[in-house]
Write a protein that binds this ligand. Structure first.
Ligand SMILES: [Zn+2]
Length: 206
């Protein structure tokens, strides 16, 4: 069973950010690859950062163009949000994204249908350290992640939050000491990735 493997997927949303390069250096120093759910307008603003993520061997994933509340939008705008972000990643790197995460984790049938029509799977998370909170502390973020990870976990983080990037060495070192290997989301899911499928961790939920 894949889910019994001691693997974990670290994911970073909303980038690239001003902290992305610092994060990439930390990950590279530890030989860790992660998954970046990129926001299209940020990709367009800093395509070099996205190329650096790609060059580091990390997975590039879709997190909409402008981070809207998708269930509040008409279908055509949902389609546009998904497609524009994917196009921005493709223009910057040539990579065709295969996985998508909705802003705020907000899904409805129409959103899933739009993502499926675009050929991507939906990937949520099972570990949320609430690192986005104002005043989040690196030590607390690290404790929450390490305490929450199970084999096959997908961890939600945000690299625009300074304290999250500060927490990464402790997170990686603790999980590695606990026997975990770090994989990208596409590696975690493997052939189970299919358009419109919904995952929260290594197993589909819809
Ligand atoms: Zn987000």
């Amino acid at each position: 069973m894949d889910d019994e493997r001691r693997v974990v997927a670290l994911t970073f949303d909303d980038g690239p950010s001003a902290n992305t390069r610092r994060l990439l250096e930390m990950l590279a120093a530890r030989g860790v690859r992660a998954t970046f759910f990129l926001q299209g307008e940020h990709v367009a603003a800093d395509p070099d950062a996205v190329r650096a993520i790609h060059a580091g061997g990390h997975a590039l994933a879709n997190h909409t163009w402008s981070h809207p509340h998708l269930p509040e939008l008409p279908r055509a705008e949902v389609d546009d949000e998904v497609a524009r972000a994917a196009d921005a990643v493709a223009q910057a790197t040539g990579v065709v994204t295969a996985v998508f995460r909705p802003p705020f984790g907000e899904l409805d049938d129409e959103v899933v249908a739009a993502v499926a029509a675009h050929g991507e799977a939906v990937v949520l998370w099972d570990v949320d350290p609430a690192d986005w909170e104002a005043g989040a502390l690196a030590e607390r973020t690290a404790q929450r992640v390490v305490a929450g990870v199970r084999p096959g976990s997908v961890v939600l983080m945000h690299d625009w939050q300074d304290s999250t990037v500060d927490a990464v060495p402790a997170i990686v070192d603790a999980l590695a000491a606990d026997g975990y290997a770090f994989v990208t989301v596409p590696e975690l899911l493997g052939e189970r990735v299919a358009p419109g499928r919904v995952f929260s961790h290594g197993r589909p939920i819809g």
